[in-house]
Write a protein that binds this ligand. Structure first.
Ligand code: TEU
Ligand code: CA
Length: 538
């Protein structure tokens, strides 16, 4: 049972292959590099790794545009390199999850090259094709997240095709049963190779409205910029028809049936829907016959404020009653959280410490993003160095995602901080990161804190798989209890830059063995700025 449910409460370390470790000196990280660094990941004390895409790709979206699902891009190595990575990970007790980007392919995928040829070929209906309106304009008002219409004209076929992202990422047509079947067999390829699970890219984008109805405009007061930045017109629509359609769950159930033919497989779906993300999480992860877990953008954006966190957690607990969340504060798509949540007064290191403890105390599984365990801030990328097409499109109002994708820093004084011996790396190694390199992280470091807190978490069932109760907040302090069997932990987080006091009967609360700087007062407990406290109730 334990092995089967290993993913419940698991901590998953996300590796962005281009930026972890370059083994062959071309300035781009690769699979052999990752294998060389797996001991570090195992020492951190996580349960699994999630590898961002390493499949054959023209790299227009840095691998999230796959042209062959069954092979490794030569930049990253070979299938044999992947097998070695898997073997080493397993020998270290790490599970391996890989990204599956099946909502769309690259325009260089054979399927699309065939589909675009004419309206009658065998794969003519594998993508979403539609005629122009009489005036020649696109079939409807759907928008691409990366800018402009979601439709691009194909002169040869004389029709438009749909893409939620780049024009070079055509959207597969999930209304076609052959497409669904083909995708399941691509997934099976990796199951047969021995992976332990999948991170499913854009899992709510699979199915679109077959009658291609226009999306309604969003009332101004409902605009929520967690999925797309405020400057992006994508953000101003209610995405009622271009994604998140009810038939999506049918495919998820078919997928689950395949996964259940194998042992102990898990999935975490990425849900991007500013209007209905929690309803979708509930729908997709309930019943034990679809996804295992999912994440939303609640804490990948939002405010680092106790009331905001309390509201989001309570909302989730009310809506996702049967289902399993997976939390992350950072990933390869968003500004690194220590920078995103920093205010001028805020002590960077204290913020990194508090946010690590908070993230690892939430109910659910957790994704850590490479470098957050070093408290890396977002890198400043000059316009000349930009490579992310999303950033290039919306510069300077939105600077894109390169700032969180710069190379890992291993040694302060190594070439490119130990990442690569190349003269030039694909993104620069930020000078400001070098002081935070792994070899600079000593006893009082954030890296040590992650290691220690991960151990503490593993030792307390209440934190890994327990319930979350009594979620509340003052202006400054977020408070909740985590409970399992007869263990009851009180978790308090002062998310403000001032010391804060909370009224509490501390008589039946003992300090846990997690060190803290809180002070018992007559009325309750006083926490220093950005301080946390974990106590044992009863
Ligand atoms: O992201 C989907 C998604 O919603 C993001 O585009 C998000 O809105 C944005 O990055 C926030 O800044 C997934 C992948 O994680 C992303 O890297 C890919 O570019 C995208 O899908 C397309 O495959
Ligand atoms: Ca390389």
């Amino acid at each position: 049972q334990k092995q089967k449910d290993w993913w419940r409460g698991a901590v998953i370390y996300q590796i962005y292959p281009r930026s972890f470790q370059d083994a062959n000196g071309d300035g781009i990280g690769d699979l052999r590099g990752i294998t060389d660094r797996l001991d570090y990941v195992a020492d951190l004390g996580v349960d699994a790794i999630w590898l961002s895409p390493f499949f054959t790709s023209p790299m227009k979206d840095f691998g999230y545009d796959v042209s062959n699902y069954r092979d490794v891009d030569p930049i990253f190595g070979t299938l044999a390199d992947f097998d070695q990575l898997l073997e080493k990970a397993h020998s270290l007790g790490l599970k391996v999850m890989i990204d599956q980007v099946i909502s769309h392919t690259s325009d260089l995928h054979d399927w699309f090259e065939q589909s675009r040829r004419d309206k009658t070929n065998e794969k003519a209906d594998w993508y979403v094709w539609a005629d122009a309106k009489p005036d020649g304009s696109p079939p409807n008002n759907w928008l691409s997240i990366f800018g402009g219409s979601a439709w691009t004209w194909d002169p040869r076929r004389c029709q438009y095709y749909l893409h939620n992202f780049l024009a070079s990422q055509p959207d597969l047509n999930f209304h076609n049963a052959e497409v669904r079947k083909a995708l399941l067999s691509e997934v099976r390829f990796w199951l047969d190779r021995g992976v332990d699970g999948f991170r499913l890219d854009t899992v709510n984008f699979y199915v679109h409205d077959a009658s291609l109805r226009d999306n309604p405009a969003l009332p101004k007061d409902q605009i929520n910029s967690t999925i797309a930045p405020a400057v992006n017109p994508y953000n101003w629509q209610n995405h009622q028809f271009d994604k998140s359609q009810p038939e999506n769950v049918d495919f998820l159930a078919d997928l689950r049936a395949v996964l259940d033919e194998y042992d102990h497989i898990t999935t975490v779906g990425e849900i991007g829907d500013a209007q209905r993300q929690l309803e979708l999480m509930a729908e997709y992860t309930s019943g034990g016959n679809k996804l295992h877990m999912a994440y939303t953008f609640d804490f990948l954006g939002g405010e680092f404020k106790a009331p905001y966190f309390a509201e989001r957690i309570k909302e989730l607990e009310n809506i996702v009653t049967d289902g399993w969340p997976c939390w992350a504060f950072s990933n390869h798509d968003v500004v690194r959280h220590v920078s995103r949540w920093a205010t001028n007064e805020r002590d960077h290191k204290a913020l990194a410490r508090l946010s690590a403890m908070l993230l690892l105390s939430l109910r659910g599984s957790v994704c850590l993003y490479q470098g957050e365990e070093l408290a890396l801030p977002e890198a400043d990328i000059a316009y000349e160095d930009l490579v992310d097409p999303y950033g290039i499109e919306f510069w300077p109002n939105f600077k894109g995602r390169d700032g969180c994708r710069t190379p890992m820093v291993w040694q302060k004084n190594g070439p490119n901080a130990g990442f690569s011996i190349a003269n030039k790396t694909w993104l620069p190694v930020p000078r400001a990161h070098k002081d935070l390199a792994v070899d600079q992280q000593g006893d009082e470091s954030i890296l040590r804190l992650y290691q220690d807190f991960l151990r503490f978490r593993r030792d307390h069932k209440a934190l890994t798989t327990g319930a979350i109760e009594k979620v509340s907040a003052t202006d400054q302090i977020l408070s909740f209890e985590r409970t399992a069997d007869d263990e009851r932990l009180l978790c308090l987080f002062n998310m403000s830059d001032e010391a804060a006091e909370i009224a509490l009967d501390m008589n039946n609360i003992a300090d846990s063995d997690w060190p803290h700087a809180a002070e018992r007062t007559d009325a309750g407990l006083k926490l220093p700025p950005l301080g946390a406290y974990i106590g044992v109730i009863g």
